[in-house]
Design a binder for this molecule. Structure first.
Ligand SMILES: Cc1cc2nc3c(=O)[nH]c(=O)nc-3n(C[C@H](O)[C@H](O)[C@H](O)COP(=O)(O)OP(=O)(O)OC[C@H]3O[C@@H](n4cnc5c(N)ncnc54)[C@H](O)[C@@H]3O)c2cc1C
Length: 391
């Protein structure tokens, strides 16, 4: 089989890239090792920056998002006895939108397949080859039978545990990695959110986040030690801890049936450059941010936007300049998001560094309430810098 761009992975990065290329009449084939059902039900991110929302509309996949997405104008930062509102839209003119990642994936894969695009689900043994030449290929198997996809370029959109990064020759990539000594225990609950906007809470027991996926479904997290055993957390214990960290004298978290429960490690990772020859790494395949800044999905979509623009220049004008600069351009936003996600993480979590550190965190929270400049800096990073700022 032959195509122009072979894409590994049907997550947000791979699907966005495939849709953008389709719009430019550039052929692409997506190879995904899971079932469509699995990929479209995987519970993950839920906060879309305005850049992501705008791009979804541009791609014609924003119809359900416009109907069901919850547009937010700010966030709350809470600590016992005090809640601060950061009015993101007033400070930046930009919004964020709550719309679950699995809905984004569902909308994008439906649009791609209905428009005649190709996604091969449930492929195995995916391996990129010869990407240091102008004849890259991807080998894989379907029901035990070997297949080969020849292409001009390979986009590794296969997430943090994917294979493409591993095939880059040793010594080419520099990997920066840090794992925080804690994780997030996250639940999805059939409970109407008791808040109109997200609440990020600083507490003596550790961080908590009150988020939502729809007017009837809440998404909540508590900071737990690294390697925490999920079995130690009964539903009652989770609600008790959420109330302790989030409730105020006259307000409580709405409780309901827990429909999903899991622990996410807090990890930060960047590999650079994000390319080698005609292989490009996008999204979680190249970088991971702690979820405190809600940037992972948005970065994946942005990488796809940048690579699609560079490929368009190659196919339309024969210019490789955008492709050569892909990594450098994408990494500007990646490192900005790394800095912001780590800032939010260090502002709100118990980092295990003792009372002096906790007092500094409270001083920073206090400053955000007293300084419009400090609040604006947080707001513009949270909403995401405009897409044109990448160049
Ligand atoms: C629990 C959790 C909560 C999160 N919360 C947030 C949040 O609130 N906000 C936010 O912005 N981000 C959040 N993230 C991060 C966000 O979900 C990711 O950054 C985003 O999924 C990245 O998209 P991607 O397309 O790069 O990778 P992925 O979504 O991981 O997609 C990669 C795809 O490649 C496929 N694949 C993997 N290996 C192979 C292979 N060998 N062959 C073929 N296919 C393969 C996978 O099945 C998958 O479909 C969260 C992540 C997790 C795990």
């Amino acid at each position: 089989m032959r195509t122009q761009v072979g894409i590994v992975g049907a997550g947000p990065a791979g699907l966005t890239l495939a849709l953008l290329l389709r719009r430019e009449a550039i052929e692409a084939v997506v190879l995904e090792n899971r079932t469509r059902e699995y990929v479209e039900h995987r519970v993950r991110a839920g906060l879309l920056e305005q850049n992501t929302v705008d791009l979804m509309h541009e791609l014609g996949v924003g119809e359900r998002l416009a109907r069901q997405g919850l547009q937010h104008d700010g966030i709350y930062l809470r600590r016992p006895g005090r809640t601060l509102h950061i009015p993101i839209t007033d400070l930046t003119g930009r919004h964020v939108t709550i719309y679950a990642q699995q809905e984004v994936v569902r909308d994008m894969s439906a649009a791609l397949l209905e428009g005649g695009g190709t996604i091969h689900y449930e492929v195995a043994d995916v391996a990129p080859h010869d990407f240091d030449s102008d004849r890259p290929r991807i080998t894989y198997s379907v029901d035990g039978n070997g297949e080969e996809l020849c292409c001009d370029f390979i986009a590794g959109c296969d997430g943090f545990h994917g294979v493409c990064r591993e095939f880059v020759p040793p010594g080419v990539l520099t990997e920066h990695e840090y794992t925080y000594p804690f994780g997030w225990l996250g639940i999805l609950a059939q409970a109407s959110p008791a808040t109109d906007e997200l609440i990020y809470a600083w507490h003596e027991h550790g961080f908590a986040l009150y988020s939502m996926r729809s007017p009837k479904v809440s998404r909540l997290y508590v900071q737990v030690p690294q390697d925490e055993d999920l079995n130690l957390w009964s539903d009652d214990r989770i609600w008790e801890e959420l109330q302790r960290r989030l409730a105020t004298d006259d307000w409580r978290v709405n409780e309901g049936q827990i429909i999903d429960k899991g622990i996410t490690p807090m990890r930060t990772f960047v590999c650079e450059p994000m390319q080698y020859g005609n292989l490009f790494l996008l999204g979680d395949a190249a970088h991971i941010v702690p979820p405190t800044g809600a940037k992972g999905l948005n970065l994946a979509v942005n990488d796809a936007r940048l690579l699609a623009a560079a490929l368009r220049r190659w196919y339309q004008a024969g210019s490789r300049s955008g492709l050569e600069r892909f990594s450098e351009t994408a990494l500007r936003r990646v490192w900005r998001a790394q800095d912001f996600s780590n800032y939010m993480t260090q502002l709100l979590h118990d980092l295990g560094r003792g009372p002096f550190d906790r007092k500094l965190q409270l001083a920073r929270l206090d400053y955000l309430g007293r300084s419009t400049a400090a609040a604006t800096s947080l707001a513009e990073n949270y909403a995401g810098l405009p897409a044109q700022d990448d160049f």
